[in-house]
Each structure stands twice: as structure tokens, then as C-alpha cells.
Design a protein around this ligand. Structure first.
Ligand SMILES: NC(=O)c1ccc[n+]([C@@H]2O[C@H](COP(=O)([O-])OP(=O)(O)OC[C@H]3O[C@@H](n4cnc5c(N)ncnc54)[C@H](OP(=O)(O)O)[C@@H]3O)[C@@H](O)[C@H]2O)c1
Length: 315
């Protein structure tokens, strides 16, 4: 899609980690005609309200970064909420965008769509080749339905919807609520609080051996805009850093960045989740994009943001 400073772009979920980064990136690139609605202003699970919004506002492009998102605990305890909200949000937005003549839609999925024991690194074609990680299959099934809906609307109606599958993300605006957050923001907050209390020891769930990949959300936003401008095809595209670290390495790096001097220990009685999750980013590289923010620099920037926003961050 040819994006200009006047393009009318709707960023759904602009108060979330991803949506906020995409909105910032668009503003930085001079796009002034952003269309934004908070969850309170427009509940995307409500079909009539969503259709009405698209008919009235007529965006030219949509970045669908609104979703019901959470960590293992939230996924495990609220399976109905996770599958229902995500199916409704994406169904309503994709269909209304098509009906109202949107020129391009970017759907954001997640690396949890891939089989739990997929060969590593995970290529896009491993989708639907094996069972999912059971702790978040509700969320994953909804996301798979979303990317299939984009592909079906492209085939049947010629609707230009693309689907991007980011790895684990982190950065300013992340969710630091311990009940509901992902491993990295939870580690930042717990190390910070352990440092303030002067705790001698900090316990991390699991064995520390699972491997995970992390991408700074500003890098993701840059990739989203690159593919918004240049990629118009059916195959899904992984968005990742290209290398992973063990949870132990991550925990020690976070402790170092935060300045927590106590001991980091692991509790192997707690679940580990998927043993390894590294996305193969060959397709993304071929499409002309590479990430730029290394993990340590990204963590330093995120921790600085966390300290500066402790009052208004999602705690
Ligand atoms: N974070 C990651 O590590 C990660 C990794 C891979 C992929 N992704 C994908 O990126 C997308 C966004 O994730 P995120 O991390 O940015 O999540 P997030 O920080 O929780 O943001 C999601 C946003 O969606 C909004 N929202 C939720 N339900 C809504 C509804 N019914 N109507 C309107 N708005 C609603 C939320 O508003 P409220 O807070 O007001 O409810 C929030 O602003 C998701 O599709 C996710 O799968 C994220």
C-alpha cells in the first residue's frame, strides 16, 4: 500500500504494547491522520459498533493490535474469555474493514500458533503440523482462526489482509502486572522490587533451561510499517530477532540491568512451558527487513521506562 502523510490509518489497540509502538512509529514518520479509539470508546467485541465505526470513519489501512493478551496464568484461568474475545475482535474488525473498503489490513498473531514441539527454528510452514502448547491453546486457536480469516478474505474477496507472527515482545508500555504478564516484564518488576527490599534471593519459576526469543517492540513496529508498505501476499510472516536465550540467561541479564545484587534461583517444581521457541526469520529477511535493537540495550531502555512510569505503568 502506498502510505502517505495523509493516509488515514486506524491502529486498533493503540494503548497496548504493540499498538502504542505502531502509533509512535507512524507519528515519527509524519503520518498525522491516525484514527484511534480506546477500548472504552469502541469495544471491538461489539459487531454493530465496529461496523458503524468503519462506515463512519472510512480508514484506508488498519493495524489490528487489539487483543485479549496475557501470560500462562491468565490463559489457564480464563480460557473462555481468551477464545471468545479474540475471535470476536478479529472477526468484527476484519469483516468490517473489508465491507467498508479498507485498502490494507495487518493482522497480528503470535508465535504460540505453532505446535509445541515444532522443529527449531520455526518456519511458517510448520503451522498446523502438531498439537499446541495446552496452556495457551485457547488464545492460539483464536489467532489461527484470525490468520485463516485473512487468507480466506484475500482468496474470496481479494481483500488485502496480511498476517504477521511476532515472537515474544517487550518494551515501553508493557504489562508489568504479575498476575497477567509475560516472563520478561515480570522478571523486570520482580528484580526491581527485590532490589528495593534488599532480598538475598529471587526465585524464578521453572528450571531456567527453556529457550526464548525476545524482540523490542520498536523493532516490531518498524517491521509492521515495512510490511504495510511493501508486502501484499497470503503467506504469514514471522517477525523475530533471530536468536534465543535461556530463561536463566535472561534472568541473570535482567538482574544485571536492574542492579539486583542477590542470588537468582530456579524452582523446577513449577511448569516450564514449551522447551524452545525460536522463529525462523528467513522470509522476513528476504522481504528486506532486519531488527536493530539488541537485548541488553532494549532491556536498559525498558527498565528506564519502567522506573520513569512506575506510577502509570500497568502494575
Ligand atoms: N506482547 C507480546 O509479547 C506479543 C507477542 C506476539 C504477538 N503479540 C500480538 O500483538 C497484539 C497486541 O498485543 P499487546 O502485547 O500489545 O497486548 P496489550 O498490551 O494487552 O494491548 C492490547 C490492546 O487491545 C485492547 N483491547 C482488548 N480488548 C479490546 C476490546 N474488546 N475492544 C477494544 N480494544 C481492546 C486493550 O485495551 P484494554 O487494555 O483497555 O483492554 C489493549 O490496549 C496481539 O495480537 C498479540 O497476539 C504480542
Amino acid at each position: 500500500m502506498a502510505r502517505t502523510a495523509n493516509s488515514r490509518i486506524y491502529v486498533a489497540g493503540h494503548r497496548g504494547l504493540v499498538g502504542a509502538a505502531v502509533a509512535r512509529a507512524l507519528l515519527q514518520r509524519g503520518v498525522e491522520n491516525l484514527l484511534l479509539r480506546t477500548h472504552q470508546e469502541l469495544d471491538l467485541t461489539q459487531q454493530a459498533a465496529v461496523r458503524d465505526f468503519f462506515d463512519r470513519e472510512r480508514p484506508q489501512a488498519v493495524i489490528l493490535a487489539a487483543a485479549r493478551v496475557g501470560g500462562i496464568h491468565a490463559n489457564n484461568t480464563r480460557p473462555a474469555l481468551f477464545i471468545r474475545d479474540n475471535l470476536l475482535i478479529q472477526d468484527n474488525v476484519i469483516d468490517a474493514a473489508h465491507r467498508s473498503g479498507v485498502a490494507k489490513l495487518v493482522f497480528l498473531g503470535s508465535s504460540c500458533i505453532y505446535p509445541k514441539l515444532a522443529p527449531q527454528p520455526i518456519k511458517e510452514e510448520y503451522l498446523l503440523t502438531g498439537p499446541l502448547e495446552p496452556t495457551n491453546e485457547w488464545y492460539a486457536i483464536a489467532k489461527i482462526a484470525g490468520l485463516k480469516m485473512c487468507q480466506a478474505y484475500r482468496r474470496e474477496f481479494g481483500f488485502n489482509a496480511i498476517s504477521l507472527m511476532p515472537t515474544n515482545l517487550y518494551g515501553p508500555g508493557d504489562n508489568f502486572d504479575l498476575q497477567n504478564s509475560h516472563v520478561l516484564p515480570a522478571l523486570i518488576r520482580r528484580c526491581h522490587e527485590a532490589k528495593l527490599r534488599g532480598d538475598a534471593e529471587l526465585t524464578v519459576w521453572g528450571t531456567g533451561t527453556p529457550r526464548r526469543e525476545f524482540l523490542h517492540v520498536n523493532d516490531l513496529a518498524d517491521a509492521v510499517l515495512h510490511l504495510l508498505d511493501t508486502y501484499d501476499d497470503e503467506p504469514i510472516v514471522n517477525i523475530g530477532w533471530g536468536e534465543d536465550v535461556t530463561i536463566r540467561e535472561l534472568a541473570l541479564l535482567v538482574a544485571e540491568v536492574v542492579g539486583y545484587a542477590g542470588r537468582v534461583v530456579f524452582d523446577p517444581s513449577k511448569p516450564d512451558g514449551t522447551p524452545r521457541k525460536l522463529l525462523d526469520t528467513t522470509r522476513l529477511t528476504q522481504l528486506g527487513w532486519r531488527p536493530k535493537i539488541p537485548l541488553r540495550a532494549g532491556l536498559e531502555q525498558t527498565y528506564a521506562w519502567f522506573k520513569a512510569h512506575a506510577a502509570d505503568a500497568r502494575l
